[in-house]
Design a binder for this molecule. Sequence first.
Ligand SMILES: [Zn+2]
Length: 332
Amino acid sequence: MSQMNDSAPKGVGRRAALSALAAAPVAAALTLGAPAPARAAAPKAGPARGLVRRFELGAFEVATLSDGMRAGEGPHPIFGQNVSAEEVAALLEANFLPAGRFVNGFTPTLVNTGAELILFDTGLGEGARPAMGGLRARLAEAGVTPEQIDVVVLTHMHPDHIGGLTEGGAPAFPNARYVIGAAEYDFWTAPGRDSGPTERVARLVQEKVVPLAERARFVKPGDAVAPGIEAVAAFGHTPGHMAWHLESEGRRLMLCADACNHYVVSLQRPDWHVRYDMDKEAAAATRKSLFGMIAADRIPFVGYHMPFPAVGFVEPLGEGFRFVPATYQFDV
Ligand SMILES: [Zn+2]
């Protein structure tokens, strides 16, 4: 590589030298050896990837919709609170990930049962734009208007899941009814939650969720939102956090919501504590039991914070699980 640099004209970087090398045969063919004029440089457009992933699950159609992705510091000490930074760094390095920065994705799921459009979680909402809060744009890309949403299901009430319930102070999905975990609602609306560590979220719940309660059905594990779509206990991340199990024509999928929040750290080391988990031990127990079941049954899952498109499988690996991103399993 240093030889390439050495042969490049003074002041031309290695990258320019490499692209000049790559372009050279083409330029030579076009100009019979005369130097090719530089073309106008196009502005960088930023990372690009599809932000809607839609696939069939039996008679259902499932779409994962990116509300946004956010880079920040970590994963440690957000993940692995109860272990050393070095231990987390070693695990990340073994998985080809940097130790100092990580990207968190936010991915609501839309299920078309054939009879209804059911949206699971609503993203961060308008206050987080333009970087986040992209759910409505994704719905538009998917050809769905907010008015068409029949049901909004909340897996739990953290801000990145309830923020998109309103738009301009009004319900963002004006024709929807709501399905909400009873334990979750009862926790966040209990007297005294609007002070101390629960203050911020409890106030947001008062603003975003409580006004919708009259259009809500409050559910517990085992309850269904539609035939084949049932709530599954996944407590720990929050007191009433629930996953949702989908089954249609023998095809199954688990919407795991925030049962795991990092595709390497949370899954390979389910016992490591996570700052976002309100009850660390209960969340760890849920990770092990829920993903143990998914691994044993070899069924796919959607994880709200998995790398987009947030769909994959897990297989047992050591004390935890290895994440296997879905590719074309739903397309053949
Ligand atoms: Zn979340």
